[in-house]
Design a protein around this ligand. Structure first.
Ligand code: 5AD
Length: 352
């Protein structure tokens, strides 16, 4: 039997995301082959989305969480977290900072907190009224009526990672939760007209390359507007405390293959990539990512938003971290883009 060459597999995955080929490419360890993979990902990014590094200003406005996800330091059983929820005024001050820095998107993220839909609707309305910002929410699974309220209040986008598209694996790391309810949420958000983002961690316990291949296929099938991928980082106060962290190269290969197969999705070089032994966000950009999310949460609160340890930027103000980002973009041969950068997907553009 003649095996197809590496180049043939790479070309074929760019036109059709076959599970077996994805898995084979996730397993490569030859430096030259990896460089070819990353180089194709960069070319596809540059052609489909421009040579841009897009900024999104992040505000972690509450670290309360009702869940017990086995990987996350904010799980409700972690009594050592000092919990906070920002007031409307504090969140508006962050929005002010983000707009003043010329960034076109604010991302409001929290644990699965029990705030009312009205609390967040009022904040969304005020931000949209006062600032010319695209607004992304990332507050987890909620009833469809809440998603509708926030859309009507002016929210544009929603991020909710799938973590794993495999039912058994998903349910093994999320006690009492189901994959189907997560997928229903993603469907509802899309139907309501949100630009929708999803994603996974790479290298958490139980995950194999075949799961990751399946996840990349899932991203393609659902045509997400945004896809976040980062390495798993163990946190002391979780059941996964003794597990090894996710592998950097496997994370980069996952980003590259997601770029090659989904073409023009917005893909962040995630904070988790910036939080390894060294800051690996340049590696993420060189593997095909094109978004960076500087953190505008106040210094005292961002330390308490410890989903994993040693989070990049947790001892720096958002505006301070911006200074280093232009040199990051230059190193990646990208131009910083502070505009709102809506989805490049046809399905969304047709709905405008
Ligand atoms: N390591 C890496 N990423 C994590 N996340 C949560 N906990 C960890 C961890 N220990 C990711 C999840 C979640 C996102 C907000 O952060 O994918 O969706």
């Amino acid at each position: 039997m003649v095996y197809p060459s590496f180049d043939a597999i790479l070309q074929s995955v760019a036109t059709s995301p076959d599970l077996e080929n994805l898995e084979a490419l996730l397993c490569i360890d030859d430096t030259q082959q990896m460089e070819k993979l990353f180089s194709l990902a960069r070319n596809i990014r540059d052609v489909t989305s421009g040579k841009r590094m897009v900024l999104r200003g992040l505000v972690e406005f509450s670290n309360y969480c009702r869940n017990t996800c086995f990987y996350c330091g904010l799980n409700r059983t972690n009594a050592s977290v000092s919990r906070y929820r920002l007031s409307e005024e504090e969140i508006l001050a962050c929005a002010h900072d983000i707009a003043a820095q010329g960034i076109g998107t604010i991302v409001l993220q929290s644990g699965e907190d029990a705030f009312t839909s009205l609390y967040l609707s009022k904040i969304v309305e005020k931000i949209k009224d006062r600032y010319n910002l695209a607004l992304t929410l990332s507050v987890g699974e909620r009833p469809a009526s809440d998603y509708r309220d926030w859309k009507l209040a002016g929210a544009d986008r929603y991020l909710m990672r799938i973590e794993s598209s495999d039912k058994k694996l998903y349910e093994s790391i999320h006690q009492g939760r189901t994959l189907s309810s997560r997928i229903t949420c993603l469907d509802v958000l899309r139907d309501l007209g949100y630009q929708v983002g999803s994603g996974i961690m790479v290298g958490f316990p139980g995950q194999t390359v075949s799961h990751i291949a399946q996840d990349i296929k899932f991203f393609c099938e659902r045509d997400f507007d945004m896809i976040g991928i980062g390495p798993f980082i163990p946190h002391e106060q979780t059941p996964f405390r003794s597990s090894p962290g996710g592998d950097l190269l496997l994370t980069l290969k996952t980003i590259a293959l997601t770029r090659i197969t989904t073409k023009n999705a917005w893909i962040p070089s995630t904070t988790a990539l910036g939080s390894l032994d060294r800051d690996c966000r340049l590696d993420g950009l060189q593997a095909g990512a094109n978004v960076i999310m500087p953190n505008f949460t106040s210094l005292s609160c961002k330390k308490k938003y410890e989903i994993y340890p040693n989070k990049e930027g947790s001892n720096m103000r958002g505006s301070e971290s911006l200074a280093s980002l232009s040199s990051l973009a230059r190193s990646a041969e990208l131009v910083v883009d502070g505009s709102r950068c809506d989805s490049l997907k046809k399905s969304y553009i047709q709905n405008l």
